[in-house]
Write a protein that binds this ligand. Sequence first.
Ligand code: AR6
Length: 171
Amino acid sequence: MTRITLVKGDITAETADAIVNAANSSLLGGGGVDGAIHRRGGPEILAACRALRASHYGKGLPTGQAVATTAGNLHAAHVIHTVGPVWSASLDRSEQLVSCYRESLRVAAELGARTVAFPAISTGVYGWPLDDGARIAIRTVRQVAGPPVEEVRFVLFDDRAYAAFADALAD
Ligand code: AR6
């Protein structure tokens, strides 16, 4: 059984085998978690992302997919970049958000990661409602996480996000 834990804080300060980045399809950085990961992780991560763009993702990483790079100076072996969907009130894009968690965990397992830290994907710049984003995250991890992943840690930036994940976990 994979353990699900919640902590409040900055994901770039975490120690884990893999840290998941809420990236955009360019893989070339941005704001939010993405900006923080590149700032604190250093230029090695961007160099690896550029190489991936050149070798595999000329048109960018599609929404819902995940790919790993070095973690540079972070206290992790890998950063797993995934692209969340932008929230839409008229289109149900929740399968794409499910896919971000599922694909990130698939990549983590392939890498042999035992501990994986996730941010609340899509709930910042991409506008996904926090309660729904938390429910999807917890439900998907419960459904798909397994060996070698022993711990999935959600690293929530503020009290509101922490409370949403705690509620989803208690359900
Ligand atoms: N540690 C943990 N959580 C954080 C951190 C941090 N250092 N910084 C922000 N959060 P976002 P998205 C929370 O916007 O919605 C970027 O520009 C934040 O409060 O980082 O998937 C990318 O390049 C929120 O709850 O990601 C894309 O263009 C959650 O992390 C776009 O934003 C996700 O917020 C992706 O948007």
